[in-house]
Design a protein around this ligand. Structure first.
Ligand SMILES: N[C@H](CCC[C@H](N)C(=O)O)C(=O)O
Length: 276
């Protein structure tokens, strides 16, 4: 048996695996990740967050400029560079375990670089703001669901996104299969977001995540949505956007120095042991 915890950020939920020195799970197989995320035969989750010291990772490009590394895996076992909701839950766990001090900014290493977390409350309460870094705005592309097609904007938040504005969030129907996309634009797959405007500075979205299917929320996706909307609106920098998702609300700002700040909740709901 080995320990796990369960947590979520706006109902994007994760299985956390404490593995500080990397000796519990070794390479952490895709098969184990799938078993853990299985909502019937396993614990259930949109992904796995392995909690490992950066010094124990040994992956190229994972710098030593943060003590902890978030080893993120999608529910299908695939690796992604970054998870916005996940990094807030990751930080909540570190603070609750007394492994970091929530009174000061907390750097977390990821495959998309170091993200710095700022806690509004203490270790166990209050929202968390993540400096998500610089958004890369790339080309116009398209996504297809069934017979429908929409133009979309390719935004890179460390992971790939296609943001499509729709008239009604139901237009995309039951997002059971991955929306079609141009493999030349997204050779490693893509997270697809459908957005409607609610009011100035206020949008609502649904998301089909690469490697996890439709989820209740996607932090990097909400950032990509905010960037696409702010560009379309011609919004000034430092304009705060409210992004409503099926699982909750995130607040996102594109700062004057071009960084994306995302603020939202993070909760650890359970802990246990498993031999999955
Ligand atoms: N499925 C995404 C990773 C998780 C992103 C999402 N859960 C978030 O909160 O950013 C991908 O393969 O790029």
């Amino acid at each position: 048996m080995y320990p796990f915890l369960k947590g979520h950020g706006t109902e994007n939920d994760f299985v956390l695996l404490p593995d500080p020195d990397g000796t519990v799970h070794g390479a952490l197989s895709a098969e184990r990740v799938r078993a853990l995320c299985d909502r019937r035969a396993g614990i259930g989750g949109d992904g796995v967050l392995r909690v490992i010291r950066t010094a124990a990772v040994g992956e190229p490009g994972v710098g030593q400029d943060a003590e902890w590394f978030m080893d993120y895996r999608n529910a299908d076992g695939s690796i992604s560079e970054m998870c916005g909701n996940g990094v807030r839950v990751f930080g909540r766990h570190l603070a609750q375990q007394g492994l970091v001090d929530p009174a000061t900014p907390v750097p977390v290493a990821t495959r998309a670089g170091v993200k710095v977390l700022t806690f509004a409350g203490g270790a166990a309460d209050g929202e968390i703001t993540v400096d998500m870094g610089i958004a890369k705005v790339l080309e116009e592309t398209a996504v297809r669901v069934g017979e429908r097609q929409w133009s979309a904007l390719h935004v890179d938040m460390g992971n790939p996104h296609a943001v499509a504005f729709v008239d009604d969030l139901a237009d995309a129907g039951p997002l059971l299969d991955a929306p079609g996309h141009d493999p030349a634009v997204y050779p490693a797959g893509v997270n697809v977001e459908f957005v409607v405007r609610r009011a100035p500075g206020h949008v609502a979205m649904r998301v089909h995540e690469r490697g996890s299917g439709e989820t209740r929320s996607c932090g990097t996706g909400a950032c990509a949505v905010m960037v696409a909307t702010a560009l379309a609106d011609g919004a000034a920098r430092d304009t705060a956007y409210r992004v409503d998702l099926p699982g909750g609300t995130l607040r996102i700002t594109w700062t004057a120095d071009d960084r994306i700040l995302m603020t939202g909740p993070a909760v650890v709901v359970a802990e246990g042991a498993t031999d999955l």
